[in-house]
Design a protein around this ligand. Sequence first.
Ligand SMILES: [Zn+2]
Length: 287
Amino acid sequence: MKEKYRKVLTKIEEADAIVIGASNGLSISEGIHIFADDLSFQENFGHFREKYGFRSIIQGCFYPYPSQEEKWAFFSRMFGYFLINKKASPVMKYLYELVKDKNYFVVTSNIDAHFTQAGFPKERLFEIEGNCRNLQCSHTCHNRIYPGDEILNKMAQNQENGKVPSDLIPTCPECGGSMQVHIEVDRNFLRDESWQSSLEAYQDFIKKAHGEKLVLLELGVGARNQMIKAPFMNVTNHEENATYITLNKGRELYIPEEIAPKSIGIDGNIAEVLQQLVQMKCADSAF
Ligand SMILES: [Zn+2]
């Protein structure tokens, strides 16, 4: 095992470019499981669970709320659950520590905005499905997303009986209609200029790394994930000097035969694996 960790660390340290791909498994290693009816969900969303019968945060995101007051109670609660008064988790700190001095780019389908929270700059981040901090017009009357921290914060602090006060509810500055959090819950999800430029930055990053020592570091991406995993495997396959490193648990850890010689998989708790790697890195630099 130690040898495997050493190999991963060496690949990361020697890399000219690192693409980090992260999905649900990374959040789970932080203690956030948006698909689970776990204790944390019951404690933080118990009222919603009881009232609407949904059993996870993700179900709550898709729920057709009867009113804007109720809808925003949920989405501001979710914002608070992910971000308010919280510091970056140890997992995210380890990850940042591991790559901060490297040339890297992050692509994620996570909506919890934990990469920016941990200090990863926006220019190096592509949040494919948006995040819980931004807002857009529900009717997509114009193609722009808005920072929502302030209003979400207020709504999170001022809700009662599963409702927020009507005067706090955001409305679209163009059409005056309802707004929604900028996460991909329906076909209305906007791919505005900032989303497009993040996508381009991601594609450019991979293009520029052509021929270089490229590491594709995949964290908690499910075996059937097509958004992150499929392109990662494709790039690994086509790039001569690419290395595919995947951290996942049990059956989710999957490496196809074609890229196996260029791949390293570690089956385990992502938090513990990253911690190990950072400790090894620190021990190295102490000498
Ligand atoms: Zn509008």
